[in-house]
Design a protein around this ligand. Sequence first.
Ligand SMILES: Nc1ncnc2c1ncn2[C@@H]1O[C@H](COP(=O)(O)OP(=O)(O)O)[C@@H](O)[C@H]1O
Ligand SMILES: [Mg+2]
Length: 461
Amino acid sequence: MQQGNLLNTTTFRLALIYLALFATSAIALLGYVYWNTAGFLARQSDEAVQVEITGLAEQYAQGGLAQLVHIVIQRSRDPRQSLYLLVDPRGSVLAGNLGRRPGVEPGPDGWMDFQFNRLTMEGSEVHSARARAFPLPDGSFLLVGRDVQELRSIENLITSSLAWAIALTVALGLVGGVIISRNMLARVDEINQTSRNIIRGDLSQRVSVAGSGDEFDQLAENLNEMLEQIESLMTGMREVTDNVAHDLRSPLNRLRTRLEMAMMREGSTEEVRTELERSIADADHLLSTFNSLLAIARAETGSMRDTMTRFDLGELVHDAVELYEPVAEDAGITCTVETDEELEIFGNRELLAQAIANLLDNAIKHGNKATCGAPQIRVVARREPGAVTVSVSDNGPGIAIEDRERVLGRFVRLEESRNTPGSGLGLSLVAAAAQLHGGKLKLDDAEPGLKAVLRLPVRAT
Ligand SMILES: Nc1ncnc2c1ncn2[C@@H]1O[C@H](COP(=O)(O)OP(=O)(O)O)[C@@H](O)[C@H]1O
Ligand SMILES: [Mg+2]
């Protein structure tokens, strides 16, 4: 995982979900506060106007227009927040503290919001007002309202504080989410990095423990304990393989030498010679099996990594084909080879040479029963983005798709091949070599035949 993929981390996604929940509840809470403060004040102001209208309507019903004019004049003298305007049917102002009719039509609810000039000590100020019109039966027109300038200021103050509070909640939530995810990510990344090094063969690596005793530390401790066990098992296995191979190789070599000497001695019959020759061939087979087993074990445990160098894989492929060409020709097989320029890779030259040799050996041994036309082998080495591939194809019987994974195992030989020489370790070694280099061996259909593709990644180092 890349350090930059913060958005893809579980922690960050969780943080975002919590943030969304938190922001929603904050908006709900603040909305409630708004409703109970600014909303309450606005409703109260509207109610006061409504009450006043009812009062004035009663006065009008009792004493007619004259009494209404009297009361409005009286009330307009001490206006506070209240606004009045009484206009006769012809449009001239009879009473009130609002200079003229506002230039807006009442809304569907009967209320109108408008601006007016309020006289103050220093002159006049533009204020917001909210009023209700009340037509009288004789055609006059009464308007009662309130100066809501202060109310609007309070509303603005409350809405801007609410907006700030929500913005702050979201910003803090995001920052918190990023910080927490980064910390988590750093620790997961470290575990991933260590795992990758271990997969590449360095079993001595351990996940570092922060010492806080949290879940990550427990995970690290468990992983380390597991690695400890695996490493001791692996070391034991490797020692056994090494010892067996070593201890058996020396007596086998001695046995072989003795058989050769016996064969050279005068006086042995033809029959004895043939038996001795067979015994030597058996000893050779055993020795090569041990050598292959040792090579596979070393490739799999990664101990061959110390001997890696830079070299050109194209040259290696040419050398290997050159070595096998005479054998192929004897078997009546034509070989073609094609390599790109400059296929430099970092790897174990000896092991890769052996791997390519094994693939060629298989193509000659198992692929010469050509199903169509003359038997031929085609070797191609190519540069691909981030990797170099070597493919060896023949036009023989190939391997059935369900056997392609299985034949990579040790000592696995298919039924059709039981009469050809071999021990079933060839492909295991190629697969182990691929794995050592961080690559892969893939068996494909060459239609007809087998196409074995060895893919080796090219690293920057
Ligand atoms: N080019 C090929 N065409 C057909 N079958 C193959 C080919 N290469 C390998 N095989 C099959 O896979 C088996 C395993 O191959 P390998 O591990 O090299 O062992 P060996 O060559 O010693 O038999 C072979 O026994 C054979 O059955
Ligand atoms: Mg083989």
